[in-house]
Design a protein around this ligand. Structure first.
Ligand SMILES: *Cc1c(COP(=O)(O)O)cnc(C)c1O
Length: 382
């Protein structure tokens, strides 16, 4: 079965990991610092804090933004559950903004309309989380304008989009957001096994996230209460977590950064082949705006007349491992228990009913790409 996503691990990646295994420090140490610097430089952003996974990055970002009980976070219903769960971790409420039916990203028009209503009702969000779905950036300039008008903070969930670009800037530059987060899970653009990162130009957000990712414990005298007792002294000044990454993982992530542009270029190449090969079929593909370079974490087709379950199963008969991204978050039982109902976000629900994710990863061979193309052409001609 050709999987929908797969990591690409080189001999150089393996050597980098082995080097750490032979060293003295295998938990978070000097390689994690270098990995942070490499990602920050790549994104053109001032600060980066590497953590155990992308979910931890979202959790710490919401805390660093000051979200808490009584707070409100809005995100897209078409995302992985973590984009919404980060609000629940800190005791805040969640609401969703429907997607744009062409780009599948949070609709800026729907966001503007919902903000207008919320302003009148006194229920404006504190934080909005745009998710760069499948690797294609949201319209961040438009979202920034709304954030300035309505006073909310912007946390970009860029789990799909490292290596992508928006208006000639790398995703994660934080030009239009307070903070952005990445995931380095193996199906994402680069991997560290498990891993995540918080990037920001705000020194306070970075310092807060850094403190909380290691128990809220510090050895920095400048943030201690009173004075240090000596070289051995540390203080817990906040309630933090153990969200550190290991240097074993950081070494893999750092080594993968060398090939990030190659990965994104190959993903775009395969996506172009799919788009051309499917042009005459009864399906839609994600619209990518001219000012966006997608990192192409995912490639999905939206069926115009075929039944999704049928296509999903038929493609598997051709060894094409399909997947569905995503089940709308508000339809999950956990969110239904919080009062969300089917019918609330119709574009997201219609998209879910018709979407099928096809295999896309940089090590796909020409033959595998052709297998996918011919299977899709066969099944959609039935
Ligand atoms: C993968 C993903 C996450 C979570 O990342 P992990 O590293 O798996 O914790 C968050 N948001 C989105 C949109 C994702 O796809």
């Amino acid at each position: 079965m050709i999987p929908y996503g797969r990591q690409s691990i080189s001999e150089e990646d393996i050597a980098a990991v082995i080097e750490v295994l032979r060293s003295d420090l295998i938990t978070q140490g000097p390689v994690a610092d270098v990995f942070e610097r490499a990602v920050a430089d790549y994104c053109g952003v001032a600060h980066a804090v590497v953590v155990a996974n992308g979910t931890a990055a979202l959790h710490l970002a919401t805390l660093a933004l000051g979200l808490g009980p009584g707070g409100l976070l809005w995100t897209s219903p078409i995302t992985f559950v973590a984009s919404a769960n980060c609000a629940r971790y800190v005791g805040a409420d969640v609401d969703f903004v429907d997607i744009d039916p062409a780009t599948y990203n949070m609709s800026v028009d729907a966001l503007a309309a919902k903000l207008g209503v919320a302003e009148a009702e006194g229920s404006l969000p504190d934080v909005v989380v745009p998710v760069h779905f499948a690797g294609a950036s949201c319209d961040m300039a438009a979202i920034r304008e709304l954030s300035q008008r309505y006073g909310f903070k912007v946390l970009e969930d860029a789990a799909h989009a490292i290596g992508g670009r928006y208006r000639d800037r790398p995703v994660g530059s934080c030009e239009f957001a307070e903070v952005a987060t990445f995931s380095f899970h193996p199906v994402k653009i680069i991997t560290s096994g498990e891993g995540g990162m918080i990037v920001t130009n705000d020194e306070e957000i970075a310092a807060h996230a850094r403190l909380l990712h290691t128990h809220g414990v510090t050895r920095d005298e400048s943030i201690m209460i009173g004075s240090s007792h000596g070289q051995w002294y540390y203080q817990q000044v906040a309630l933090g977590f153990n969200y550190r990454i290991t240097d074993i993982q950081a070494a893999l992530g750092l080594s993968q950064m060398k090939r990030i542009d190659e990965f994104v270029a190959r993903r775009n190449e395969i996506a172009d082949v799919y788009r051309e090969a499917f042009a005459d079929l009864p399906l839609l593909c994600q619209e990518i705006p001219d000012d966006v370079l997608s990192a192409y974490h995912l490639f999905m087709i939206e069926l115009e007349r075929h039944d999704r379950a049928y296509v999903y199963e038929r493609l598997r008969e051709f060894n094409v491992g399909t997947h569905v991204h995503y089940i709308p978050v508000h339809l999950q039982p956990y969110y239904q228990d919080l009062g969300f109902r089917a019918g609330q976000f119709p574009n997201a629900e219609a998209f879910y009913d018709r979407a099928v994710t096809l295999p896309l990863y940089p090590t796909m061979t020409q033959e595998e790409v052709e297998t996918v193309v011919s299977a899709v052409r066969t099944v959609l001609s039935e």
